[in-house]
Every structure is written in structure tokens, then in C-alpha cells.
Write a protein that binds this ligand. Sequence first.
Ligand code: ADP
Ligand code: MG
Length: 395
Amino acid sequence: MSDITESIPTSFEELDLSDEILKAVKAMGFTQPSTVQARTIPVMMSGADINAIAPTGTGKTCAFGIPMLEYISLTDECVQEIVLAPTRELAIQIGEELTQLARFIKGARIAVLYGGQPIPKQLNQLKRKPQIIVATPGRLLDHMNRGNIRLNTVHTMVLDEADEMLNMGFVKDVTKIIEATPRDRQLVLFSATTNQDVLTIAWKYQTDPVEITVQATKKDRPQIDQYVIATEQPKKIDHLLYLLDADVYGRIMIFCNTKFMTDKLTSRLRKEGYDVDCLHGDIKQSQRNVVMQNFKKGKFPILIATDVAARGIDVDDVEAVINFDLPTENEYYLHRIGRTGRAQKNGVSFSLVTFQESVRMDEIMKYMIAKPISLHFDDSDVLCDAEEKPFFEHV
Ligand code: ADP
Ligand code: MG
């Protein structure tokens, strides 16, 4: 019997990747694989089904993206690989990351299909015979029903944010899509947390899946200093302005629970002279893409959003996340603050919490390992810590 001890690769070179991919990850500025990448890539390249659980911000996209690009056949014109994502924004982002990874692979074609974009535009993408399709479930099914796409040649299927996708009521659509693929295709599930629907899909459609669970290690865990600021409803906007006026953070995301509040805050902050834009479900998809791109490019510093934008979106260098409202779902807290402290950079989050909301905050904190620091405004409206020391030095 051989003595096999599991060793986790510490360099991309050890992962047996093609020169094109090695060049691409270098160009993307990655020096070594993250834990989830080191553990997933070899297993996925072996062809096994995978059920991976890893916290947000740990590099899951490349964990499945690299193997996917390693085994497309460039000479075949059929659809070979599918990634399903719960939201349009996430689908677009995965498409971008795959395109980055594929930049040195001549002839790799990736199509991104999501609701809200005109069908003809997407038909043009399909005419280019993509090997890889990234899609939201509803739109992919739509194309399948119209006879635009057949999935009988798919050998690899990835469900990104599977937990979220199934939570959002996509179970039926996802099931239909999986059933349109060959029985022996590889099925890879990625989630931040597991839930019953994920387990059911795994049980029904996977064959001897390899379970990969990655804890948030120090190396991977986003470094986020969380602050909870005690406030009152009528003073919330002033207190938000105080945080913004401190002028300490370059790029900021502010989260609200409703479209109404998002719009209201946006116009208020504009009136105060801030360069802000917003993202929510009532804004046209084309407009949402423009806003997202501009925020990513640093064209404006403050983005106000509902949770549509929270999940899976990776914007580099968000320095601060502000919860103007506390999320109604506990899990969203982590997804929101996970927008900062990405890729081992430090980040900070502020939650403006009224007395009424403090019960919710306690509930949310039950799910968090790292505990937040309490701040409050003193009698002269200066933000202070528990020892009454001003939080911002210069104030
Ligand atoms: P997740 O899907 O786990 O939330 P992402 O795949 O969105 O995480 O990756 C988070 C960020 O980390 C992205 O900006 C990505 O480009 C970056 N990243 C991915 N892999 C690495 C790596 N090996 N080294 C450094 N940064 C990485
Ligand atoms: Mg992701």
C-alpha cells in the first residue's frame, strides 16, 4: 500500500497548467493559487464531480475557470462547457474573468447570456460558436426553448453560487438545464454555504462527488474591520454624510434594502455634491452594466446599491462598505461586507444601526466569527469609540 499524504500545491506551476494559463494568471497579478484553487483545480482536472464550499472572496471563479479553459477543444465548434450564475451582474463578471484567463488562448470563445439584453444581440454571440457559455438560468432556458442552443455536447457544467441560485427559486430551471446535458457530464457546484437544495441537486445529478470545504484561513479570509455605529433614524443620513465627509475612503459601496431608499440617498448625496451612482432592480440592464463598469473603472467613487449588486460582484479596491440599512437576510451581511477586503487587502465596514435594528444586528452577529467594534456619536456629534476617543483623527 502506498502512503499518500495530501499535499496542497503552493504554486501555479505545480498545478500542471498550460503555458497560456500560466501566462494569464501572471498577467492578472496572481503570484500563488488561493487555497480553494489549489484544492479544486487538480480534482476538477481529473474529471471528478465536485461539491465545493468556500467563503466569499477566496477566488472561486478561477478555481473552476482555469480547469474549464484547460479542457476546451478549440477545434470543436459545439458548446462544451456551461457556467450558471444567479444574477446578470455575476454572469457578466464571470465572463470577464474567463476572458482574462483566456487571453492567450487563441480561438477560445466565451458567450455571456442573461435576461434583460436583447435576444438578437445574444444570437450574434452564439453565431460565433462559443465553447463556453456563462448564463443566468432563465435566459439560457429561453434560448434552449427557442432552439438556439443545444446542450447535448456539454461535458462540464458549473453552478456558481449554487446555494444562492437555488434559494432564488431557480430550482426548476436549473434542473431542466442539467437534464438537457449528457448524463456523464462533469457537474461542479460552488457555494458559500450549503443548503438542502444544493444537497438535493448533488444527490440527484452527481456521481461520487468530491467534497471540498475551505475554511476561511487567515491567508484567504478578507481582512475587514467591522464597525457598528449607533444612530437614530432621523439622523442616519447626517451620520452617513459624516462618514463620507471624513474623506478617508476612496471607493465606497453603500447598501440599502429598497429601491426607494437607494434612489432617495442617491439624489440626496448628489445634492450634497458627491459623485455617486446607483444600482437596483428597476434600472434597465444596459444602464446597470454601464454603472457597474464605470464604478469598476473608478469613474465615480461611491456606489449605492440594493442586494442585487451584493452577491458575487468583485470590484477591486472597495475600501469601505456602509450598511445604510441592515440586510433582512443574515447571510447578506457577509456578502455585503465581503465587497471589501478582497484578495487579502484590508477593508472596513460600517453599519448604521438604530435602536430598533440592534436586535437584528445581534442576530446577524451570531453568524459571524469576527466581532465588530461599537462606535457612537457623542454629544457634540463626533464619532467616538467606547473610550470616547474620536474615530477619525483629524476631526
Ligand atoms: P469568490 O468567487 O470566491 O467570491 P472571486 O473569484 O470573485 O472570489 O475572487 C476574488 C478576487 O480575488 C478577485 O479580484 C480575483 O481576481 C482575485 N483572485 C483570484 N485568485 C487569486 C489569486 N490566486 N491571487 C490573488 N488574487 C486572486
Ligand atoms: Mg464567486
